[in-house]
Design a protein around this ligand. Structure first.
Ligand code: VG1
Ligand code: CO
Length: 548
């Protein structure tokens, strides 16, 4: 299309260092994104990496954090100047990550730009992030993020429109020359998709039966979605919601649904008078935490339980084609796949690696240990979907959350699991620790460790079974003869120093020992991790920042 008709301006610029996308797009401090042309350069690099976008539809939305509204204005004008024919924006620029995926797919868009730093804190001093999702609704594959990064290194100009701000508060369509900007309801399309997957009548009956739930949106993006689904469509009382009002700084909190950052919810679910079911989601609505009364479901177990009970949900009643988990996620779901006689894939950390498996129909469910679970209904992990799935299992089995998980352990054995995060570690020290581990890999097999013997040790590499692309250096994996695993990797989503993640897993077949506290059951492995990596000496930390 003729960008002249839109008064497109060509602004000279030059490359800015540090625009390499990590696990889930580009994440930096808000103050970095606020400095023109940091955001403009990255957005133009995305557009320059996309062939065939002219006249096409782009979806734009974010998690509502500080700077979201200003960034949306910049991106909408740049999208029009770069020749997109239609830009769909969530009202006020807000779309949860799974809703953006839903809209991209439902409207057959060319792709979408999602503004979020997920579970990282927001506000003027907080974090901001941006990522591109392709036409399948999922995160750009590594090939595309590499191409985007290459453009950031050579960029000389960006295109924008000389127009005033676009009104994003009113639903409807505005013409800009030959192109249009359409402001859409961020909730309706997503809620309709959920209604097509689950038996809402059964869920309404559950909630009418005296069953009590508490959902904590952590002042992040899921508030309006949960209000529509849980309260309006399913009949939960309004006071089932906590943190339901989205705030640009998430109320000063850390919108990460884990027992540390959602301690209020854990507290609310403890004791005799507590609700039957608790759940929370993160900044952009793709993560989930599930609790029963006095009981926390670990994300790895959650994936396994959902896979084992998927036949109870209408959308999955026909069976699962296969399942997948990220490498550090516990092997609990592998046992379910084996029992069901379906394939189980092990991918690198990050949702983008599930895309080809979902698109090619090889898997139906997938998940990560970091509180992410999802299915082929979109191409992102989906927090509220997981909540509705769990409620469906509770309704169909007429059992408590705790009883369902304990039953699962009895049937499949328990993969006792924990992740230890060392946040804000000196980057050079963290890199040195990983180099040290890599140098020891070849000598580990056969050595005694944590009461067992090292069976295998490697730096995880993945070959995509669909397109053959290879991803290397995805984390150090040490597997013991008794099935235990130790995994070490550095986070690709942090914005301060480095974050070392140590993943610990031990299989416990004996039901009589399923009650042993997790950290106690894992103590030999925790010691082994220290002896292998020298964490205390190299990072100066004698204990992790966060244990999940
Ligand atoms: C973390 C998690 C990973 C997840 C990623 C994005 O990455 O470990 O499992 O896919 O965050 O999650 P890292 O590199 O910091 O370990 V989020 O909710 O963007 O949406
Ligand atoms: Co998230």
């Amino acid at each position: 299309m003729d960008t002249q008709a839109l008064n497109a301006a060509i602004r000279p610029t030059q490359p800015i260092a540090g625009q390499r996308p990590g696990t889930s797009g580009l994440r930096k401090k808000v103050t970095v994104f606020q400095q023109p042309p940091y955001l403009q350069n990255f957005v133009q690099s995305i557009f320059d990496a996309l062939d065939g976008k002219s006249g096409q539809t782009l979806v734009v939305g974010g998690d509502g954090r500080f700077f979201n509204d200003q960034a949306i204005q910049i991106i909408v004008r740049m999208a029009l100047a770069n020749g997109f024919g239609r830009v769909l924006v969530g009202r006020h620029g807000i779309l949860s990550t799974p809703a953006a995926s839903c809209v991209i797919r439902g409207r057959r868009a060319f792709g979408g730009i999602i503004l979020s730093a997920s579970h990282n804190p927001g506000g003027p001093e907080g974090d901001f992030g941006i990522k591109y999702n392709a036409g399948n609704g999922g995160p750009a594959p590594e090939k595309l993020t590499d191409a985007i990064y290459a453009h950031t290194l050579s960029i000389q100009r960006y295109l924008t429109l000389e127009t005033p701000e676009v009104d994003l508060s009113t639903l409807g369509t505005t013409a800009f020359g030959p192109a249009t900007v359409e402001v859409i309801d961020p909730v309706a399309e997503y809620a309709d998709l959920m209604a097509s997957l689950f038996d809402f009548a059964a869920l309404r009956r559950l909630l009418a039966s005296g069953f009590r739930l508490r959902f904590d949106a952590m002042h992040a993006v899921t508030g309006p979605y949960a209000q529509e689904l849980l309260v309006r469509r399913l009949g939960a009382p309004a006071d089932s919601m906590a943190g339901g009002t989205p705030l640009p700084d998430f109320g000063g909190g850390h919108p990460d649904p884990n027992p540390t950052y959602a301690a209020d919810l854990v507290q609310a679910l403890s004791g005799a008078g507590a609700p039957d079911f608790g759940a929370a989601s993160d900044g952009d609505g793709d993560r989930n935490m599930i609790l029963g009364r006095d009981f926390i479901v670990t994300p790895s177990d959650s994936l396994a339980v959902l896979a084992a009970n998927a036949h109870l949900v209408p959308a999955y009643a026909g069976g699962l084609a296969g399942v997948a988990r990220s490498m550090p996620t516990s092997m609990a779901v592998d046992r379910v796949a084996q029992a069901l006689g379906i394939p189980c894939f092990e991918t690198p950390t990050g949702w983008k690696y599930f895309g080809n498996l979902l698109d090619s129909g090889q898997i139906t469910l997938c998940g990560e240990e970091s509180a992410g679970t999802g299915s082929n209904h979109v191409r992102e992990k989906d927090g509220l979907w997981a909540v509705l799935f769990w409620l469906s299992v509770v309704a169909a089995r007429n059992q408590s959350v705790e009883a369902i998980v304990r039953d699962h352990w009895r049937r499949f054995g328990r993969n006792v699991y924990s992740r230890h995060d060392y946040e804000g570690v000196d980057s050079a020290a963290a890199a040195g620790l990983m180099t040290h581990l890599r140098s020891r890999l070849a000598s580990l097999p056969g050595q005694a460790l944590a009461g067992s013997t090292v069976a295998a040790a490697d730096d995880f590499a993945y070959t995509d079974p669909v397109d053959g692309s290879v991803s290397t250096g995805q984390g150090i994996r040490v597997v013991l003869a008794d099935g235990s695993r130790l995994v070490f990797r550095l986070s690709g989503t942090g914005t301060e120093g480095a974050t070392l993640r140590v993943y610990l897993e031990r299989f416990e077949p004996d039901a009589a020992r399923h009650g042993v506290p997790t950290q106690e059951a894992l103590a030999p492995l925790i010691d082994a991790a220290e002896s292998l990596a020298g964490i205390a000496q190299r990072t100066g930390r004698s204990s992790p920042t966060v244990v999940t």
